[in-house]
Design a binder for this molecule. Structure first.
Ligand SMILES: *[C@@H]1O[C@H](CO)[C@@H](O)[C@H](O)[C@H]1NC(C)=O
Ligand SMILES: *[C@@H]1O[C@H](CO)[C@@H](O)[C@H](O)[C@H]1NC(C)=O
Ligand SMILES: *[C@@H]1O[C@H](CO)[C@@H](O)[C@H](O)[C@H]1NC(C)=O
Ligand SMILES: *[C@@H]1O[C@H](CO)[C@@H](O)[C@H](O)[C@H]1NC(C)=O
Ligand SMILES: *[C@@H]1O[C@H](CO)[C@@H](O)[C@H](O)[C@H]1NC(C)=O
Length: 648
């Protein structure tokens, strides 16, 4: 059976810039003031964002849209009383929407920020409101922080590499600090005694609770407040972390008390933020709105049965489970001296970077994501493992640090490749929510003959639990299957398997390495498909997992959040329009502004207990280590350390 394919939900249109012909922008225009600049003083950025007045029509449009999207969110009723140890996320989603509906807001920003904060604090990276207008900056602090152990004690420090790291933002960033006479270079490596008047770990907890989002586990969110290495796209990169690189330009300074390197005296300083503009080009307030805020051709879905439309959207699409990291810090690499010095093996040009450690026994695959080129991920895996085998490598370390997920079937591929085809089905038992509109969509798809070529709801996307594909006429949503959580009846679809095989490369029958010689390292920021992959390795093969970092004394799960598949708003709307049910009173309205209410659309049920979604299965790593000055930004040093501890 071929992969599930469908046209992509994206049409690229030239962003309509209102071309202000000749006329100089008015000095009073709060956005024109910094048009064309790469970096902006946060107060100026916020004045522009807050210049759009609150609009009741837009509030009703957005809230009606998201309320009806939430009908599809698999975990809605779990939130009424989130199971331990995930209690922090407990909330009543319908009451939150009602509260935001009756709150008085001064500006459109304030309204959208309330929706953003409410969905972010659900701590499910698949289920969030992203108002494009207001996610167009990233506030950046020149003193990013990390947690490190020194002489057996853990403390928060300004990243020791912060000068090399921050220099990569370019002279437009650093020259601002030179102009205002703030010497951030003096604080590289400084020990941090307090942030905003609080113990730095208490401040880390606060940011993890209020701003980080994405991961159900609080401990995992604490790690995302600190700066860390990653692969972004196909390149080594360093993330600022949520304390130093928040999504909104709403803070001008961060007050820090620190002891600089080579000093014994503590100093309290107000470290200025400078915001990076990551939105579309504009010239003034009106064109800012057109480019970033007004709905465009990509905002809502389309009816893919309309041949004109599907011809335009001809790219392949596959099930994805991935978070959106809206803090991209454009163009910040990992300073080159900290990137691995070892030669890369074959198959290292994509999202996977592979190496053989100097012991000649340990192969390392740094799997940066499950995104990118679907086929290349598979051929790169084969190339790296073939070279490992040819070189006499007998043990394998997989680094999943900051892996935000990607194609569902690539997680299953890597699992099956490492465990051997003899394990059979390499994924989880799955369901979607059988709400009344979802039932109408499946029924309509069957009646219209819609197939998996253009729809995720079409029955032939999925297999029965014996791995026979469902016929295109099999209604897996009616009758629904009963499910009850927190006293609420929340029926699901009938249970099914993904269809990911055959893969584009042959999968060996036996594992290429004895699975007791395979180990995983990460910082717990391993989301979606990454969480599914590591859960499969842990639940089915008891693979050793080591997690680095976190707050000392606070527990930390090895996975961040584990849905099964995400649908962007445009994807869900395309399902609704393709099934011909957009006029149903339960259908969310088209958005009038550029935004995305994405949601977790499918549940993966735990291999250990098929009544518990893996997202809510508490699983702690067998190993936990602190970062040190030598490992926090230096993957090769971390791998060498981890191999000595995990693989004997
Ligand atoms: C600095 O910013 C300007 C726009 O203000 C841009 O044209 C230029 O390319 C930037 N310089 C660098 C080195 O990025
Ligand atoms: C509010 O937004 C709607 C939809 O974009 C628009 O038609 C209307 O003019 C706006 N109202 C005001 C007062 O600007
Ligand atoms: C918001 O409240 C108003 C007034 O009670 C109501 O008419 C409207 O339907 C509510 N909107 C949403 C999205 O719940
Ligand atoms: C601290 O002192 C050592 C020894 O004098 C020196 O090599 C190092 O550059 C100093 N570090 C900083 C950040 O000033
Ligand atoms: C590993 O292999 C390289 C190249 O064959 C060799 O130079 C080196 O001595 C080997 N190292 C060990 C620890 O055996």
């Amino acid at each position: 059976m071929v992969f599930v394919k469908r046209a992509t939900g994206v049409i690229l249109t030239t962003l309509a810039l209102s071309l202000t012909t000749g006329a100089a922008p008015s000095a009073a225009d709060p956005c024109a003031k910094f048009a064309g600049q790469q970096f902006v003083v946060p107060a100026d950025a916020l004045t522009c964002l807050k210049s759009f007045p609150f609009n009741e029509t837009l509030r009703q449009n957005v809230l009606t849209n998201i309320a009806r999207v939430f009908d599809f969110f698999t975990f809605e009723d779990f939130y009424l009383n989130s199971p331990a140890p995930f209690q922090e996320s407990t909330t009543n989603i319908r009451a939150d929407i009602a509260r935001i509906n009756r709150t008085t807001f001064a500006t459109d920003y304030d309204f959208n920020r309330a929706v953003y904060d409410f969905t972010t604090q659900l701590n499910d990276g698949h289920t969030r409101w992203f108002p494009n207008c207001y996610t167009s900056f990233q506030n950046l602090l020149p003193t990013p922080v990390v947690t490190l152990e020194e002489n057996g004690v853990q403390n928060v420090f300004v990243a020791p590499d912060s000068v090399e790291f921050v220099n990569l933002l370019g002279v437009n960033y650093t020259s601002h600090f030179d102009q205002i006479g703030f010497n951030f270079r003096r604080f590289a490596g400084a020990k941090v005694l307090s942030i905003e008047g609080q113990d730095p770990y208490a401040y880390a907890d606060f940011i993890a609770k209020t701003a980080s989002g994405n991961y159900l586990d609080h401990g995992v969110r604490v790690n995302s407040v600190f700066s860390s290495y990653r692969i972004s796209g196909t390149d080594f990169s360093q993330r600022f972390g949520d304390i130093s690189g928040p999504a909104f330009p709403d803070k001008n300074f961060l007050t820090m008390t620190l002891i600089p390197v080579n000093s014994t005296k503590s100093e309290t300083v107000q470290v200025p933020f400078l915001a990076s503009y990551v939105g579309a080009p504009f010239t003034d307030r009106a064109s800012f709105w057109t480019a970033n805020c007004a709905a465009n051709d990509e905002t809502n879905g389309v009816n893919l049965r309309n041949s004109g439309v599907s011809a335009k959207r001809a790219t392949q699409k596959q099930a994805r489970a991935v978070i959106i990291d809206k803090t991209p810090a454009n163009g910040v690499g990992l300073p080159s001296q900290f990137q691995p010095r070892l030669p890369q093996t074959d198959g290292s040009t994509g999202v996977i970077k592979s190496y053989i450690l100097p012991d000649n026994k340990t192969g390392v695959m740094f799997v940066g994501s499950f995104e990118g080129d679907f086929n290349q991920f598979q051929t790169d895996t084969v190339a790296a493992i073939d070279q490992f085998k040819a070189s006499g490598v007998s043990r394998l370390l997989i680094d999943l640090t900051n892996n935000g997920g990607g194609f569902v079937c690539l997680g299953q591929f890597l699992h099956q490749y490492l465990a051997g085809a003899k394990i059979g089905y390499p994924g989880f038992v799955s369901t979607s929510r059988a709400n009344p509109l979802a039932q109408k969509i499946v029924a309509a798809d069957i009646a219209l003959g819609v197939t998996g070529q253009i729809s995720f709801y079409a029955p032939d996307n999925w297999a029965f639990l014996n791995d026979t594909p469902q016929p295109v006429t099999f209604n897996y949503n009616t009758p629904s299957a009963p499910f009850k959580i927190n006293g609420v009846s929340d029926p699901t679809s009938q249970r099914f398997h993904d269809i990911c095989t055959p893969f584009v490369v042959p999968v060996p029958e036996e594992p290429p390495f004895d699975l007791s010689n395979v180990a995983i390292v990460s910082n717990g920021n391993c989301a979606s498909t990454c969480a599914m992959f590591s859960t499969l390795m842990f639940e089915r093969h008891q693979t050793k997992i080591a997690i680095f970092g976190g707050k000392p004394g606070e527990q930390l799960q090895y996975k961040g959040m584990a849905g099964n598949q995400v649908l962007e708003w445009a994807d869900l709307d395309t399902e609704i329009k393709t099934a011909g049910v957009k006029n149903d009173p339960l259908a969310p309205p088209d958005l009038l502004i550029q935004g995305n209410m994405r949601h977790n659309w499918r549940t993966a049920w735990s291999f250990l207990d098929e009544n518990v979604p893996i997202a809510y299965e508490s699983e702690l790593p067998q190993f936990r280590f602190a970062y040190t000055k030598d490992t926090y930004n230096d993957p090769q040093n971390l791998w060498t350390f981890a191999a000595s501890k995990l693989l004997h």
